[in-house]
Design a protein around this ligand. Structure first.
Ligand SMILES: Cc1cc2nc3c(=O)[nH]c(=O)nc-3n(C[C@H](O)[C@H](O)[C@H](O)COP(=O)(O)OP(=O)(O)OC[C@H]3O[C@@H](n4cnc5c(N)ncnc54)[C@H](O)[C@@H]3O)c2cc1C
Length: 459
């Protein structure tokens, strides 16, 4: 009898896992179960102002290979596009300040451009410059991003540059994010060198030249990747509207309980968010409890369509980051149609305003109308807007961003140990574990498929 693998969750990680299993072991029977009516999870392109516009992830990074490699394998690299601008602003005391040159992951590596940017005070620049001469003060493993930046560069760099930039990737608070996971380049640089800036510069010098644009997407949106991946899956057994409620082993093998039936399987790949996996694994309390301890942040993303003539600001960049210290609901304003000109025409602009992050749920408590009104007032002042919205939509991403607290990697390893001993044959993959960007999820999906097949061959 053919062995069976069931994948739970049809986001990019689950779909990649399914794709790799079918590719590497065509004789294995596969089923993918997805709770919602559609595939793609946090990759979702829908129509706005008549154009395909992303409601969540709108690009992926090319500095790591896994996203681009998959696109090449699927034959869609020719459809990739990159943002038409990379400069950006940060809001400081209610005013827009352009990010200075020579910024690596939010860390300024040249002090003169930093001083000229007026993002931090002259004293803040001096404090940042002390990184070069301060003695080695590494406190040991499990440092947070904020911890590292505050000790080497000072609070202003942490609050006004690094937290808005790195924190925005996971809607996180960098004082509580593991630097080795949230910003591995910072961690490596600081381990190799007493001075963070020297370490970063050395890293930049030694890294192979990347001729590709740093960020990539598709003209018809990120869902294009999902469509081609699903097409490559051919006649795979994919069941949408099928919510899994429990995964257990009743002594006779693994059982996947869904809203429709109970399915037997030799292997289960859980590619759901970590908080969902915790619920499904209630029969394995140690793994479930550990997974429940991973915090998640929620975000509301409001897409706004406006008349170009109603906006005083030229929108000459990719957008503006809003540090926590500004106290606003908005955490970032992406000037979507400046970044992706095909999102609008000459008369219109599209903005994507993010609100909500770890430790700040004010925006999520508002209903859609109140949220849009509050954000429009905020951006009205920042961008000198005088006019009303032509179209808007609110995309709520609840518990969408896992927070990698210091020690997260050990926690994930412990969960995997729990599963190996208590629920062998169950594997985890996806954003909750070892990287939350789209390429990292693609990598994890592939790795998980490999581990699952090794297990299948061993039983
Ligand atoms: C607003 C936003 C913006 C982002 N921007 C970017 C970006 O620009 N670039 C980037 O690289 N990354 C970005 N990300 C992160 C990235 O999109 C996600 O981390 C990644 O897509 C997650 O993929 P996944 O497969 O792990 O999980 P998901 O996409 O969450 O997929 C999990 C799937 O499991 C399903 N599921 C859950 N519970 C069950 C159940 N009980 N039974 C069956 N199915 C279930 C869900 O319905 C879902 O389809 C962004 C994320 C968000 C929310």
């Amino acid at each position: 009898m053919n062995r069976r693998v069931v994948v739970v969750g049809g986001g990019i990680a689950g779909l990649t896992a399914l794709y790799r299993i079918r590719q590497q072991s065509p004789e294995t029977e596969t089923i993918l179960l997805e709770a919602s009516p559609r595939l793609g999870g946090k990759i979702l392109t829908t129509t706005f102002l008549g154009r395909p516009i992303d409601e969540a992830a709108d690009m992926f990074i090319s500095r790591v290979p896994w996203g681009l490699d998959l696109c090449e394998e699927l034959g869609v690299e020719g459809f990739l596009i990159s943002p038409s601008t990379s400069s950006a602003y940060v809001l400081i005391n209610g005013e827009l300040r352009k990010l200075p040159e020579a910024l690596l992951l939010g860390v300024p590596t040249k002090m003169l451009p930093l001083l000229r940017s007026r993002i931090v005070s002259p004293l803040g620049v001096l404090r940042a410059g002390l990184d070069r001469i301060r003695p080695d003060d590494w406190p040991g493993d499990d440092e947070s991003v904020g911890g590292l930046i505050r000790r080497r560069m000072g609070d202003q760099i942490a609050d006004r540059l690094v937290d808005p930039l790195i924190g925005s990737i996971s809607a996180g608070d960098t004082d509580h994010l593991d630097v080795a996971l949230a910003a591995p380049q910072l961690e490596t640089a600081s381990r190799r060198h007493r001075s963070l800036v020297t370490g970063l510069k050395e890293q930049a010098r030694n890294s192979p030249e990347n001729t590709k644009p740093l960020f990539l997407s598709f003209e018809n949106g990120m869902s294009h990747l999902i469509h081609v991946l699903v097409k490559a899956l051919g006649d795979a057994d994919i069941r949408t509207n099928t919510r899994v409620t429990q995964v257990r082993n009743d002594g006779e093998g693994l059982r996947i309980v869904t809203n429709e039936a109970t399915i037997e399987s030799d292997v289960v790949i859980l590619a759901t968010p970590a908080h969902q996996a915790a619920t499904l694994l209630s029969g394995c309390p140690s793994a479930s409890n550990r997974l429940s301890s991973i915090e998640h942040a929620s975000v509301a993303l409001v897409t706004m369509g406006l008349r170009r003539s109603d906006i005083g600001h030229p929108l000459d960049g990719s957008g503006v980051l809003v540090p926590r210290t500004e106290g606003l609901l908005a955490t970032a304003i992406s000037w979507g149609s400046s970044k992706w000109p095909h999102w609008a025409d000459d008369e219109h602009v599209v903005l994507r305003v993010s609100a909500g992050r770890a430790g700040d749920t004010r925006a999520l408590a508002l209903d859609d109308d109140a949220l849009v009104e509050a954000l429009l007032t905020e951006i009205g002042q920042i961008l000198d807007v005088d006019g009303s919205l032509i179209e808007w939509r609110v995309s709520r991403w609840i518990d969408a961003f896992p927070q990698y607290a210091p020690g997260h990697d050990r926690l994930v390893s412990a969960v995997e140990r729990d599963l190996r001993s208590e629920l062998p044959g169950v594997f985890l993959t996806g954003a909750g574990y070892r990287g939350l960007g789209v390429p990292a999820c693609i990598r994890q999906g592939g790795e998980c498929a490999h581990t699952a097949l090794d297990y299948l061959n061993s039983i």
